[in-house]
Design a protein around this ligand. Structure first.
Ligand code: NAG
Ligand code: NAG
Ligand code: NAG
Ligand code: NAG
Ligand code: NAG
Length: 653
């Protein structure tokens, strides 16, 4: 009892407190105010549309790392995607990224509608199939008033005055942004105002938009809160302060540093500094965060229990030493949620360190999910978690290090590809399917990995495969086997039904595994190119297989070997056939992973002929097929939002 309370304290100090403290430096303001999805559906080519959409959000992701606005156009013709995302200027860049990830998540739930827009308290995003960048007014312009408190006449007058000033300031500022606040005379009340135009507007459009907004917002008098969501601008007033601290007043970041100093110097007196931090926290969050804190606390307790049950806690300083202070040269890779480094512990053990930046609650939830999931896994073909560590706003997962990199490093390389003989490759395929059978069938709650691809298959010294990166994995709950999820994973490995509906089922992994088999046999990437003249790997394999010419697509690195051993050749053709069975468009026709394993490993296991190829090239997904899909979608959910929005990670890394 005592021990677990103690661990909880340590845990809260290390992980949850920093979250709350770092949060008080700014706020991503990623609450959704309103979302509009268009009425029209994607008509021409769903797959191309989705590819363009995902590509556009990827480009925007990169731009939003360095700037507060992204204007992106991807594709040509009717499937062109136009995307605008913008954070309001009072957000720090880190908060902007968080707000943006909310845009990306939520916009993707408009699919298969042709477009949509979303207003949040900290940012705005819009995606269409036409160039809307100069639009500043439209029928969906809205004013939303909060009606909780009726304000005094003095307040209403102050509000009008500040709105007037802020509009003038915004028009003078190059970034089309202004903020204002005023104390209401004779009261303790203040009024806070923010206005911002989209940066793609001309000055005269911005003026028209803000002038309209300032007229609309005054209709919210006498209420305490008003927001205008215009086509070209955003405006808000409130009697509570919703403006992030200005970056120049760095009081809070100093406090942050002082707290870090305390943590470093009094490290041993855990209880002492916990009390210090708790009191700091209490003062800071006393009023508004009571409920939030309770949630975090419950979660912290749960997690502390899991962590102590399952794994070793590493000292932060020893992890720092092991990675030579996060030396760039030790970087193994970078993903959506963090960076992976190689490290060597003092005892000589090699480790892979995943460094996650946890700067708000949903990142913490993600960390919790990943730890919770992998800590319970134990299989020779699943990468092993050795322990964890945490400090400040970082959380760290320590894995076994696998020296041979990942599968893609070999099979797509002309020279290194020679190191993987057919025997090795076939063993790798078998090993991965064993790992997947374990995840799907042998654990208490089935786990869907959702991002099976060659770069997530790590190889040990003897080229034994291990499935890694559970950042996107989800438990499959019995009663919700068809939960709608936002589009996640890596596009070329993604099952078509996942593109169209976001259905979560084991067959998603089976599809990705099928693509992976074909890649291992052919040494080719499944680049579903968007130009119509190059067929995808899956359709190429399908065509060759149908014409009994499967051997023509073997990896040239394997040709000699396969031609001189008829047994191997049979095996390779069988692998292609299994790959095609796994990539059939109808998920119900795809075999389960245990059937796949049987087909591969047993010599006389009967193999059905693949009958239902995935949509093969850009034009092959026929119109009635699409209409059917849309109809299904439409009937299952009349609104354009998808029922379960998952707030974690979304798109391909
Ligand atoms: C306005 O919103 C509705 C749905 O909320 C949508 O169907 C319509 O296309 C939107 N209009 C414009 C011009 O965006
Ligand atoms: C955008 O999509 C809608 C609905 O599918 C379609 O009616 C319209 O013509 C498209 N616009 C362009 C410019 O392709
Ligand atoms: C105020 O809000 C409540 C619910 O929050 C709603 O029932 C009521 O109709 C609103 N009143 C006005 C005047 O908007
Ligand atoms: C302003 O606040 C002080 C202390 O918080 C309180 O005593 C006073 O009554 C308030 N004045 C008004 C006008 O609300
Ligand atoms: C603002 O513009 C919208 C769209 O043109 C219009 O419907 C609305 O009446 C305008 N509001 C005001 C207060 O002028």
């Amino acid at each position: 009892m005592k021990k677990s309370a103690h661990t909880t304290l340590i845990f809260i100090t290390l992980i949850i407190l920093p979250l709350l403290i770092s949060k008080s430096n700014g706020d991503a303001r990623d609450q959704i105010i309103r979302k509009y999805c268009d009425r029209g559906f994607v008509q021409e080519n769903i797959k191309l549309f989705v590819e363009n959409f995902i590509r556009a959000t990827e480009i925007a992701s990169n731009e939003m790392q360095v700037s507060h606005v992204a204007k992106v156009v991807v594709g040509t013709g009717p499937n062109t995607n136009y995307l605008l995302t913008q954070c309001y200027s009072h957000l720090a860049s880190q908060d902007c990224r968080l707000c943006y990830s909310q845009i990306r998540t939520t916009l993707s739930t408009c699919f298969p509608r042709i477009g949509g827009r979303i207003y949040l308290d900290g940012c705005f995003g819009r995606q269409q199939n036409y160039s809307f960048f100069e639009e500043y007014t439209g029928p969906n312009d809205t004013v939303i008033c909060g009606n909780t408190t009726r304000k005094s006449v003095l307040f209403q007058e102050s509000m009008r005055g500040v709105v007037y000033n802020v509009v003038g300031d915004a028009l003078r500022n190059v970034d089309y942004f202004a903020r204002g606040e005023a104390l209401v005379l004779g009261t303790n009340d203040s009024v806070y105002v923010l206005a911002e135009c989209w940066k793609t507007l001309s000055p005269s459009s911005c003026r028209a938009c803000l002038e309209n907004a300032s007229r609309s917002i005054t209709t919210c008098s006498p209420w305490s809160e008003g927001r205008v969501l215009n086509t070209g601008c955003f405006m808000r007033y409130s009697d509570t302060n919703f403006l992030n601290p200005r970056p120049t007043t760095s009081i809070s970041s100093n406090t942050g540093r002082i707290i870090i100093a305390i943590v470093v110097s009094v490290c041993t007196f855990v209880v002492v500094f916990t009390v210090t931090l708790v009191s700091v926290l209490y003062i800071r969050n006393h009023k508004s965060k009571q409920q939030k804190r309770k949630g975090s606390y419950d979660q912290a307790e749960k997690m502390a229990k899991i962590l102590t049950e399952i794994s070793v806690k590493f000292k932060y300083s020893s992890i720092e030493k092991a990675t030579r202070n996060w030396d760039e040269c030790n970087k193994l890779g970078e993903g959506g949620s963090g960076t992976v480094y190689k490290g060597v512990l003092l005892d000589g053990r090699e480790i892979a360190v995943k460094r996650l930046f946890l700067n708000n609650k949903f990142r913490a939830a993600e960390f919790y999910d990943e730890v919770n999931m992998i800590s319970s896994l134990e299989h020779k073909n699943v990468v092993r978690l050795l322990g964890w560590s945490g400090f400040e706003s970082e959380s760290i997962l320590v894995y076994e290090y696998l020296p041979n990199m990942s599968l893609d490093f070999f099979i797509f390389d002309e020279i290194r590809g020679k190191e993987l003989s057919w025997e090795k490759r076939f063993k790798i395929i078998i090993g991965i399917s064993e790992g997947l059978v374990y995840l799907h069938e042998n654990t208490k709650t089935p786990i869907i990995h959702r991002d099976i691809k060659t770069s997530n298959i790590l190889l040990d010294l003897r080229f034994r495969p291990k499935i890694a990166d559970f950042g996107l994995a989800r438990y499959l709950q019995d009663n919700k086997s068809h939960t709608n999820i936002p589009i996640a994973g890596t596009l070329v490995y993604m099952a078509p039904e996942c593109l169209a509906h976001g259905h979560l089922s084991k067959k998603i992994d089976v599809y990705s595994f099928g693509v992976l088999i074909l890649e291992v046999v052919t040494g080719l990437k499944n680049n579903r190119s968007t130009t119509t003249d190059t067929a995808s790997l899956v359709s190429m394999a399908w065509n060759h297989f149908q014409q009994n010419k499967a051997e023509e697509i073997f990896d040239p690195n394997l040709m000699m070997h396969l031609y001189t051993h008829t047994n191997y050749q049979k095996e390779a053709i069988k692998a292609i056939q299994v790959g095609l069975l796994c990539t059939q468009e109808d998920p119900s026709l795809r075999p389960s992973m245990s059937t796949v394993l049987k087909m591969l490993a047993k010599d006389n296991e009967p193999l059905p002929a693949p009958s239902n190829p995935p949509f093969m090239d850009e034009n092959a997904m026929e119109l009635n097929e699409i209409t059917h899909k849309l109809h299904q979608y439409f009937n299952s959910d009349n609104s354009c939002s998808i029922a379960t929005v998952d707030h974690s990670q979304f798109f391909p890394r």
